[in-house]
Ligand binder design. Structure first.
Ligand code: ATP
Ligand code: MG
Length: 416
């Protein structure tokens, strides 16, 4: 058998370990590679046997399952943890997910539930690994520096967290400082940028460039961009979802490389789907503003995304974490989030449903219609951090005093 799923069982009760081993012994695609009676023993065993899946009990004397899961994420990151507990309370689930568990089983569970969970967790991990492996090579090609414009991708591994809202208002805010700003809607299937900016032209979207992009460079880029009243030049997503497949990764790269030449800043609104076209945007970007909210699913996906970024060879300076709706305190605290993902949040944006949704429905960005609101001020701060406070300091050469000053301000232009 070539591809058996290697499982490590961790439980302090010997009968449970035996019972689980026996159950799994009937499965031809599963191999029990070890059984540990506590967290510390589990870590030691896992680094030797490199399991694909770890069945981890939560309550154990000594090092408990949650602490062991946290440590395992650092020691053996390829091992996916399925947490087991007699308590199915939300707090246990929340703490397990924050620790890095991929699945949660409440005892007693049936043998079918157990094997289905193992297979599901394992196939998700496998898919993740195979999907990202080939991209590492294309990263080497697209890592060029010294280009004139900065490409900023607004991304999140979870939908509905505010990417389009932030991308649109960020572009508008940056355009107020007389920078030449382009905004690209790379949510090719269900792009919302046109709605937020009240733009609905005929035959003016990236789909109209598709033919040209297949055969050569994006020479008519300018023709298919729309100038918004804020000064931002917008390249919209195709008007219908089926046209999304016209835009592959090489087309994406050509567009972004073309825009670098004529703009100071290119803001790209990304989808949360992690396909080849999205990866092309992320590769091409100088900076990835990665959005998250104070929700368990958002935090979990963020941790997985940061792992992927590491595999893709993106340095930590390429990624900035933006916490949207940062003041909605319905459970998780910012400190919990930072602890869970092992990184500090770089920027925060307050929650302001009134301004944001009102602006959305009118098709006027809140940054233009409600500049005094806290949410607009947060966007302004984000724009300043991304574009640099002053153009002279921002484009100073590395090593000179101005560059050092700009670096302190975390200017994107300065660290390029
Ligand atoms: N800071 C905020 N305060 C209040 N509401 C917000 C905030 N940011 C975003 N929203 C609301 O959250 C919803 C989702 O926002 P948005 O469409 O920008 O997210 P998205 O990540 O682009 O979603 P999608 O996955 O659909 O592309 C919208 O209704 C928006 O108005
Ligand atoms: Mg969106």
């Amino acid at each position: 058998m070539t591809d058996r799923i290697k499982v490590l069982i961790v439980d302090d009760i010997p009968e449970t370990r035996d019972h689980l081993s026996k159950l799994l012994g009937f499965e031809s695609d599963v191999e029990v590679v070890g059984a540990a009676g506590g967290g510390a023993e589990a870590l030691e065993m896992a680094s030797k046997v490199r399991p694909d899946v770890v069945l981890m009990d939560i309550n154990m004397p000594g090092m408990d399952g949650i602490t062991a899961t946290e440590k395992l994420a650092a020691d053996v990151p390829t091992a996916a943890v399925i947490m087991m507990s007699v308590q199915g309370e939300a707090d246990y689930l929340r703490r397990s997910m924050l620790a890095g568990a991929r699945e949660f089983l409440v005892k007693p569970f049936s043998s079918d539930e157990l094997t289905a969970s193992i297979r599901q967790v394992w196939s998700r991990e496998k898919e993740k690994q195979t999907r990202y492996a080939p991209v590492i090579t294309s990263q080497e090609i697209s890592n060029g520096s010294g280009e004139p414009a900065s490409v900023v991708a607004v991304f999140s591994p979870k939908g509905g967290v505010g990417r389009t809202t932030v991308a649109v208002n960020l572009a508008v805010a940056a355009a107020q400082t007389s920078k030449r700003v382009a905004l690209v809607d790379a949510s090719f299937q269900f792009g919302d940028v046109g709605v937020l900016l009240n733009l609905n032209p005929k035959n003016k979207s990236i789909a109209d460039l598709a033919g040209e992009l297949q055969t050569g460079e994006a020479e008519s880029l300018d023709t298919f961009m729309i100038t918004h009243s804020s000064g931002v030049k917008v390249l919209l997503a195709p008007p219908s979802p089926e046209q999304a497949e016209l835009i592959g990764p090489s087309a994406v790269k050509k567009v972004l490389q073309g825009l670098r030449g004529s703009f100071d800043l290119v803001v790209v609104d990304c989808p949360s789907t992690f396909n080849e076209a999205t990866l092309a945007v992320l590769d091409e970007a100088d900076l990835i503003l990665t959005l998250l909210t104070l929700e368990i699913t958002s935090v979990k996906n963020m941790r997985l995304f940061l792992e992927v970024c590491e595999q893709l060879g993106y340095g930590p300076e390429k990624i900035r974490l933006v916490l949207n709706r940062a003041d909605s305190t319905l459970g998780i605290r910012v400190a919990d989030v930072e602890h869970s993902i092992g990184r500090k949040v770089d920027h925060t944006i307050v929650s302001d449903g009134r301004s944001v949704v009102y602006a959305l429905n009118r098709g006027v960005p809140f940054f233009l219609s409600n500049r005094e609101a806290q949410v607009s001020q947060d966007i302004q701060r984000l724009a300043a951090a991304v574009t640099g406070p002053a153009p002279t300091a921002a484009i100073a050469k590395p090593g000179d005093k101005a560059a050092k000053g700009a670096a302190k301000n975390k200017s994107l232009f300065a660290w390029r």
